[in-house]
Design a protein around this ligand. Structure first.
Ligand SMILES: CC(C)(COP(=O)(O)OP(=O)(O)OC[C@H]1O[C@@H](n2cnc3c(N)ncnc32)[C@H](O)[C@@H]1OP(=O)(O)O)[C@@H](O)C(=O)NCCC(=O)NCCS
Length: 171
């Protein structure tokens, strides 16, 4: 039997918009549901429907998927809303997730840059996110702490990034 390739042998991923990775929506939804959705009380079918909606092309909301040899390794989303207690802030980098075996290869950082670029193309001046435990990862990538939140599910950092060049893009 041929052994599975180690992560260092995997092909460099392509980064494609969510609508071009529609075939993988069930797998992506399953990741996001297990990571967050089920703890927030959603059914996996609801997470899948939400992703399907985000996967429609040419919208303000979108997503980016890392694909290697046709298989998804990671995903990140650009959403209008992500936090009930901060509905005045928009849009959000949300649902950044890289498969455990593919971590520490730069995929997460690249997904963040891809979402920032998608936001710039949509003339977004400021992008927001919240994270319970990855504040240092984002700070290293130019994100700034806005406030420490006390959420029902625990503490989290609310962070933002001002997107230089957002006002100069067309479209
Ligand atoms: C957080 C998460 C998305 C990071 O994804 P990742 O693909 O491992 O991210 P990267 O590889 O870009 O960066 C991770 C670290 O590996 C290092 N790294 C990047 N490229 C590397 C490479 N080629 N070789 C070795 N290390 C590398 C980076 O320096 C980085 O370290 P740093 O955080 O000190 O800067 C991933 O751990 C994950 O999915 N976690 C579970 C879900 C989660 O917590 N998501 C965030 C929600 S807010």
């Amino acid at each position: 039997m041929t052994p599975a390739p180690s992560t260092s042998e995997l092909a460099a991923p392509d980064f494609v918009p969510l609508w071009r990775a529609r075939d993988h929506l069930p797998v992506l939804a399953d990741w996001l549901w297990r990571a967050w959705g089920r703890d927030e009380g959603y059914a996996v079918a609801e997470t899948r429907d939400w992703l399907s909606d985000l996967a429609r092309a040419d919208r303000r909301e979108t997503g980016v998927v890392a694909l290697s040899d046709g298989e998804p390794l990671g995903v990140a989303l650009l959403c209008n809303q992500d936090l009930d207690c901060r509905k005045n802030l928009s849009p959000w980098l949300s649902s950044l997730f890289v498969q455990a075996a593919a971590r520490n290869r730069g995929i997460g950082g690249r997904l963040v840059r891809e979402i920032e670029q998608a936001a710039i193309e949509r003339r977004v001046p400021t992008l927001y996110l919240y994270t319970p435990d990855q504040g240092a990862f984002y700070a290293k990538r130019g994100w700034r702490l806005v406030e420490r939140l006390q959420l029902p599910k625990g503490e989290a950092d609310l962070m933002c990034k001002e997107l230089a060049g957002a006002g100069r893009q067309s479209g």
